[in-house]
Ligand binder design. Sequence first.
Ligand code: CP
Length: 314
Amino acid sequence: MEWTRGDLLGLEELDRAEIEMILDTAASFKEISSRPVKKVPTLRGRTIVLFFFEPSTRTRSSFELAAKRLSADSLNISTSTSALSKGETIKDTLRNIEAMQVDIIVIRHSSSGIPWALSRLVAPAIINAGDGCHEHPTQALLDMFTIKEKLGKIEGVNVTILGDIAHSRVARSNIWGLRKMGANVTVCGPRTLLPRDIEKMGVIVTDNLKDGLKNADVVNVLRIQRERQKAGLLPSLREYAQRFGISSEKLRQFARKDLLIMHPGPTNPGVEITPEVAESKTSVILEQVTNGVAVRMAVLYLVAQARDETKEEE
Ligand code: CP
């Protein structure tokens, strides 16, 4: 199979073979990051722009490291330090960036659909680093990579996604990806944070933590966004922690001993997960971060290669 997509906008549009190709490519890149000299010449001469309209630690840093480890040049642009702060539109800003002959634009934005709109406006490849509540494809890819690395497979694995499903781009991309890869997905959280009709995505739905954990091989704990409480969707963070927060005690009562604990970060210690669980033996939260670099190297490489082939054909 050949990778043909010149952008990575979401996992909804990918098929299983494409997801497998990204995961296999990431596996071959992972070893580079443990070498004393962490660099290969694969994308030498390419320019990658990181355009983040929302804060980020993990995604932005790992895309930048991925670009550097593939020998590409990278450039960071933020809202506060660019002409966006003087009122320039995002479209004009990107047209100007395009005029500097860049190859790939990695974008995070608070509005759902922005990466799709921009991919139709500018020539460089667009990679979605998180758009509103919609998709965060590279997060779901690194989550699946970590599950495969730890459990040897994704097909047939029982994954519970816990927390604010309604507002989570991580949940949505994970559901698309995991279902395509044959995992069984349960979503669990307070009714107010479970989207109506979510069953149509092929998942089991529960608002009971005990039911959510009883058959799980993996729990992916989502960050509780504090603004949800202000919007009246949560009675209090304390009550959320009591009913849905993952603690050693709840794991002892409801879960199998070797349940894999995942979290996309950043965590709210003591709300959705206790520090003890986040740092426990079965937590792979930092391994997810490590794998993020390999997965983003794979995505940059595949997208750049597809662009080269399209140009050669023209
Ligand atoms: N998981 C994630 O997207 O983290 P950042 O917001 O730090 O990039």
